[in-house]
Design a protein around this ligand. Structure first.
Ligand code: ATP
Length: 325
């Protein structure tokens, strides 16, 4: 079982000279290697929650633990290096090249020049920027999306296990944003980082998060998988938030594995096969374009693990809500 990377124990934050708590009584465990999105409207406490993790803000009460250790007992500088931080305004140093920006922390850590150069190239490749084309450029010579990629590479330079991301794609056009989201999913799966990602965009939260934290007025309304939230909203607030997503969007965020029915693993059936991560939207499209009654769900390692029927999907869309598998 995955270890708990970050734990909040009854954490509250009240800023000086304010009457309300920005964050109130938060309890939550974040497993190592998980991708968590924090969703809520403006002022709901998302950024405050995130900034308490890397101690930009201190909690007024409660405890935050890093792999079981109270974060106050850790050396602040060493602790911060284990935590990458990416924000909307990127914050690249304008007078430094891309290469120098990414190499800032490795330089501070006194890595040798060769190791830094190799690390910069590897990180640029990882965020899909050609090292040859980009490493000598200055931030002003990059588009917003490219700057954000460099910001991500810089945050990952010293290989932190945890990444805090505060609306990193907020100021980026829709198409570039989609590409960046997909790349971030790929990077997270490849490197198994623990990511806490703040957004006020419902689609982004549901697309990226294995689990979504829904915040309102400083408290957690629900902390669950997208499937759990869509099918069983914890209260009226969450239900209203989910209603802002139309049926197509909901089908896009739900994966085959979350609704499949069990099947005999020995089943030899020629039905069309989809991966466990396939979206219900794509499966519905397949049913509409092909005269088939079911698809089989296949896992790379385990083979056939389930099936999804046309009736199952049709019934759920006709009711105007998504499945209760
Ligand atoms: N430095 C501060 N001093 C006083 N109050 C603050 C400070 N920072 C935030 N707040 C207040 O705390 C509450 C939560 O703010 P926070 O920035 O955490 O919300 P958020 O959900 O991240 O909002 P947004 O999406 O607009 O960034 C708000 O009422 C805000 O006005």
């Amino acid at each position: 079982m995955a270890r708990t990377a970050i734990e909040f124990r009854n954490v509250s934050k009240q800023y000086a000279n304010t009457s309300q708590y920005a964050v109130a009584g938060v309890n939550m465990r974040i497993s190592e290697g998980s991708f968590i999105t924090i969703l809520g409207t403006s002022g709901s406490g998302k950024t405050t929650l995130l900034k308490m993790v890397n101690r930009i803000y201190e909690a007024t009460s409660g405890e935050i633990l890093y792999f079981g250790e109270h974060i106050h007992n850790l050396n602040l500088e060493e602790y911060r290096r284990k935590i990458g931080y990416v924000i909307q305004q990127v914050g690249l140093f304008p007078h430094m090249t891309v290469e120098e920006n990414i190499g800032t922390i490795p330089q501070l850590l006194k890595w040798d020049t060769d190791t830094i150069a190799k690390r910069v190239d590897a990180l640029l490749e990882l965020v899909c920027l050609s090292p040859l084309d980009f490493k000598k450029r200055y931030p002003r010579q990059l588009s917003g999306g490219q700057q954000q990629r460099v910001g991500l590479a810089r945050a990952m330079a010293a290989d932190p296990g945890i990444m805090l991301m505060d609306e990193p794609f907020g100021a980026i056009d829709a198409i570039t944003r989609q590409n960046l989201q997909e790349e971030l999913i790929r990077i997270q799966r490849k490197l198994n980082k623990t990511i806490l990602f703040v957004t006020h965009d419902v689609n982004e939260a549901f697309k990226l998060g294995e689990k979504v934290v829904i915040m309102h007025e400083g408290t957690i309304q629900q902390f669950d998988t997208p499937y759990g939230i869509i099918t069983k909203p914890a209260n009226g607030y969450v239900a209203r938030l989910i209603e802002t997503q139309d049926i197509v969007q909901r089908l896009k965020v739900l994966k085959a594995q979350s609704v499949m029915l069990p099947v005999d693993p020995q089943l030899s059936d020629c039905a069309f096969r989809v991966g466990t991560e396939e979206s219900l939207h794509n499966i519905l499209t397949y049913f509409l374009e092909n005269d088939q009654k079911h698809v089989l769900v296949e896992d790379n390692r385990r083979g056939i693990v389930g099936k999804i029927t046309w009736e199952q999907l049709k019934g759920s869309t006709r009711q105007g809500k998504v499945l209760s598998a």
